[in-house]
Design a protein around this ligand. Structure first.
Ligand SMILES: Nc1ncnc2c1ncn2[C@@H]1O[C@H](COP(=O)(O)OP(=O)(O)OP(=O)(O)O)[C@@H](O)[C@H]1O
Length: 860
């Protein structure tokens, strides 16, 4: 009996010590101890002491609906009630220390209903014990898939409690969050770190995650974390589980629980714990849960609400980019999450499955940057390869003339060729900067800018969304893209050129010809949106269970243990605010600000809109045949100069009806370079599909005052015969353009030989092709097949006789054979053509001109 009395004496002391903050402890108790019949004997005096303590502490908030919730934050170690200890002399509340580095572990996991009920009660008690927002509870329940915490649904719905983590990935993410909290608390850097984080695990996680959880129990009082772990130690043979630090164990003995030695206190001299059986407290009453949800919900909503406005600075354009760029992208817990483009994280790699919020995240980053830095500090190149409208809002449109003044080039639904053109442009900028730096004897942009150099050298951020498209296909273009990216990634850090590569699929990365490591090694900052684990280390699968609107940010190239969970707002949800901001930025642009060069992959182009065409006047020495716009950064005009060199003729090849449109544009652009009467146009519409366009061509030429002859096949044959003979007037005056819509349709007629001279139309045609340019005769022809062109030329050995080629829907391989070029990177597609000039070895992807209204006729 003496031993028992001593033990209870210790328990009194321990309870007192644990109840150091009596006011707090009072809140952790809920109601008077309810005696249960037939309890075993105890020691009257000490039990009475314990009882008195309990009585003092039983008027807590659960004592009545009007009782207040906690008003003081839980700063140090305190006590929580686990149940009722019973002795023959009475009953007393059984407490255990918690907080201030003290933790709890239950032997059974929450599949034991007593444990499940008590866990729920502990969640409620801890949330209720302190002011709203000072205790954050995270729950994990892989053993019952969240079922343990289901009765706490009202708290989840009110945003007070997060959804339980129910998968291994989610548990890993939860541990990431807890570890980040510990780091923040230990540095005392954020207010989030000052809240108490309670981690309630309904069962022990497996392997490495159990070790991580155990590590949290050793982190000490400054970590501001408290672990409540059920199912420890995990049953079964095998490796010994990691030891827990400062944890009160609770084990079970029949219907009663037994509370072991509390962390840092003694309940018994022999270390056997509280010498009285304990009946654990049951579920919190439903109405209390609802009451708590109502009381804390509003604060949680306010603290948790994240809007686009949270990303913006107080004042526009006040930051300097000398040492890097920084912007708030969202929140970590309740603190702003800031990411940087600087020496430590010069480039970012962003991953996330489709619909994971990648576009939204990128827009958040771009608006965050564009509001902090003025256009002299920051320039943007934005490239998107997917169908969609990601960056459209940065460019002027019919209904909104504004643009973001930082944007230099924007590609929407870009072609790979456009992407490579932008990367080439960035490399030119890199080289330009390298020269400037060398001239000033420094090696880094930051040093030059610190020295007050006045050449505008903004930091450049180039965003490439769905960048894996660049590497689709093992061709010359893919290799060039890899070369460019590698160079930009390697040198960009010093020259203030930063890359953000985003993708829904990292499989493209593997196709980087073994260079993935050398390229992505330059991308220390990884942002993994839901489903974006591909940008993290293979052992780091934290992004699997993320909800949309959050991301794992990892500044250590994705290794596990360096994750931070960031929530970011949906820029699109605040459309009016974003539009107003865009206008504000636009209004602030400087006097010389130009709209960005915009490439919209889905748009067709029209001759009439081309500034080069509009500036054409009669009298040039070498007329230019305009055929479209080159897929490059400035969308420059695609043309062929038609001079006196043999072979300066244009062949448009392919069955696509666009062929007629290209001839139309070439003819009208040539006409604009001749005064009426100085050029002759012979128009031969030989195929029905081209009739409308040929008629439109004739009408336009006549309207411009040019003489036009309309030819059928026999007339064409005659004219070819005439034109194959050099004129007698020397030097020849004027030019003759023979425009044939469907040359292949004249095959039979041209193949016939003249019975008198034995010359066929093809003989005359070949003479004309070689000699015609010398006396001002050029053929502009549309052949619907490459084979027909080749035959008409008399074989591929004569391919230089028509030096200017526009290939429409001609397979790249066939075209390569005709041209004698290996590795020709051309995939026929609607609204695109390949321009080849055999004389100056130019090959360019172009958007060919079409007549307005015929955009959708081209087919493939
Ligand atoms: N922070 C957020 N909060 C709430 N909803 C969001 C958030 N971010 C994105 N969403 C929503 O998720 C959906 C997909 O977003 P988004 O278009 O950015 O995805 P994505 O990854 O770019 O997809 P895809 O690659 O298919 O275009 C949108 O409806 C968007 O409103």
């Amino acid at each position: 009996m003496g031993r028992l009395a001593a033990s209870f004496g210790r328990a009194v002391a321990a309870h007192r010590a644990a109840l150091h903050h009596v006011a707090t402890a009072r809140r952790l108790l809920d109601g008077p101890a309810t005696p249960a019949p037939g309890e075993p004997a105890g020691t009257a005096d000490t039990v009475a002491d314990l009882r008195r303590l309990g009585d003092q502490l039983t008027s807590g908030w659960l004592g009545g609906e009007n009782a207040p919730f906690g008003t003081e934050p839980l700063t140090g170690r305190t006590a929580v009630r686990l149940g009722i200890a019973s002795t023959v002399d009475g009953f007393f509340p059984a407490l255990a220390p918690i907080g201030g580095g003290a933790h709890l572990a239950f032997e059974s996991d929450a599949r034991d209903l007593r444990v499940a009920a008590l866990l729920r009660r502990l969640v409620v008690r801890l949330l209720a014990a302190a002011p709203a927002g000072t205790v954050r509870v995270l729950t994990a329940d892989t053993a019952a898939l969240g079922g343990t915490f289901l009765p706490l649904r009202p708290l989840v719905a009110a945003g007070v409690l997060a959804e339980p983590a129910t998968s291994d990935d989610a548990v890993a993410a939860l541990l990431d969050e807890a570890e980040e909290h510990v780091r923040a608390a230990q540095d005392d850097r954020t207010t989030a770190g000052r809240e108490l984080l309670v981690l309630v695990a309904a069962s022990a996680p497996t392997g490495r995650d159990l070790a991580r959880l155990a590590a949290l129990t050793h982190a000490g009082p400054t970590a501001r974390v408290c672990v409540v772990l059920a199912g420890y130690p995990p049953p079964g043979p095998g490796v010994r589980p990691p030891a827990l630090g400062a944890t009160t164990p609770v084990r079970f003995d029949g219907g009663y629980a037994h509370i072991g030695e509390p962390a840092g206190e003694r309940y018994s001299a022999d270390g056997t714990g509280l010498p009285a059986p304990v009946r654990l407290d049951g579920d919190p009453p439903d109405d209390v849960i609802v009451q708590l949800a109502n009381a804390l919900g509003e604060t949680a909503r306010r603290a948790g609400a994240l809007t686009f406005a949270d990303l913006l600075p107080d004042q526009l354009w006040t930051e300097s980019s000398v040492d890097g760029l920084r912007t708030v992208v969202g929140r970590t817990g309740r603190e702003p999450a800031t990411l940087a483009f600087d020496d430590a994280t010069p480039h970012w790699l962003v991953g996330g499955r489709t619909g994971a919020g990648k576009t939204v995240f990128l827009l958040d980053v771009l608006y965050g940057l564009a509001t902090r830095y003025d256009p002299a500090e920051l320039a943007l190149y934005l490239l998107d390869f997917k169908e969609g409208v990601s960056f459209t809002e940065f460019t002027p449109s019919g209904h909104d003339p504004s643009w973001i003044p930082h944007a230099r080039a924007v590609g929407i639904e870009s072609d790979r060729e456009y992407g490579v053109a932008v990367l080439r442009e960035l490399r030119r900028e890199l080289n330009r900067r390298a020269t400037v730096l060398k001239r000033h004897g420094v090696t880094k942009l930051a040093d030059l800018r610190r020295a007050g150099h006045d050449t505008p050298l903004p930091r450049v951020v180039a965003v490439v969304d769905e960048f894996h498209v660049l590497f689709a296909g093992n061709d010359r273009l893919a290799r060039e893209a890899a070369d460019l990216l590698e160079e930009l990634a390697r040198k960009g850090r010093s020259y203030g050129i930063h890359l953000v590569l985003a993708s829904q699929s990292m499989s493209g990365i593997e196709a980087l010809y073994g260079r993935a490591d050398s390229i992505f090694g330059q991308f220390p900052l990884r942002v993994a949106l839901p489903g974006g684990s591909g940008v993290l280390d293979k052992l780091n699968d934290a992004a699997g269970a993320l909800p949309v609107g959050s991301a794992i940010v990892n500044p250590a190239a994705g290794i596990a243990g360096a994750n931070t969970v960031v929530r970011f707002p949906d820029a699109h949800a605040d459309g009016d605010r974003v539009a107003a901001l865009r206008h504000e930025l636009w209004q602030r642009r400087g006097p010389g600000s130009h709209p960005p060069a915009v490439f919209k992959g889905y748009e067709s182009t029209h001759l009439a809109d081309d500034p080069t065409y509009r500036s054409l006047t009669p009298g040039g020495r070498r007329p230019l045949a305009l055929v479209g716009r080159v897929v490059d950064v400035d969308l420059s005009t695609a043309y062929f100069p038609l001079d006196a060199t043999p072979g300066r003729h244009l062949a448009v090849v392919g069955t696509a009806a666009t062929g007629a449109d290209v001839l139309h544009a070439a003819t009208l652009s040539l006409a604009a370079q001749h005064a009426p009467g100085t050029a002759r146009f012979l128009i031969a519409p030989l195929v029905a599909t081209a009739d409308d366009v040929a008629d439109a061509t004739v009408t336009a030429l006549r309207a411009a005052g040019h003489p036009v002859d309309h030819l059928d096949a026999p007339a064409l044959r005659r004219h070819i015969g005439d034109l194959a003979t050099p004129p007698t007037d020397t030097p020849p005056t004027g030019r003759t353009y023979l425009v044939v819509f469907g040359v292949d349709a004249a095959g039979a007629t041209l193949g016939l030989s003249d019975p008198a001279t034995f010359r066929s139309g093809l003989d005359d045609l070949r003479t004309l092709l070689r000699q015609g340019p010398g006396y001002g005769v050029h053929l502009l022809g549309w052949w619907r097949g490459l084979r027909r062109l080749s035959d008409d030329l008399g074989g591929t050995q004569n391919r230089d006789d028509v030096a200017c080629l526009i290939a429409l829907n001609v397979p790249g391989g066939e075209l390569g054979l005709h041209l004698g070029v290996h590795d020709l990177a051309y995939t026929p597609r609607a609204n695109r053509a390949l321009l080849v000039d055999r004389h100056d070895h130019r090959t360019r992807l172009i958007v060919p001109y079409v007549l307005p209204g015929r955009e959708f006729d081209e087919g493939l």
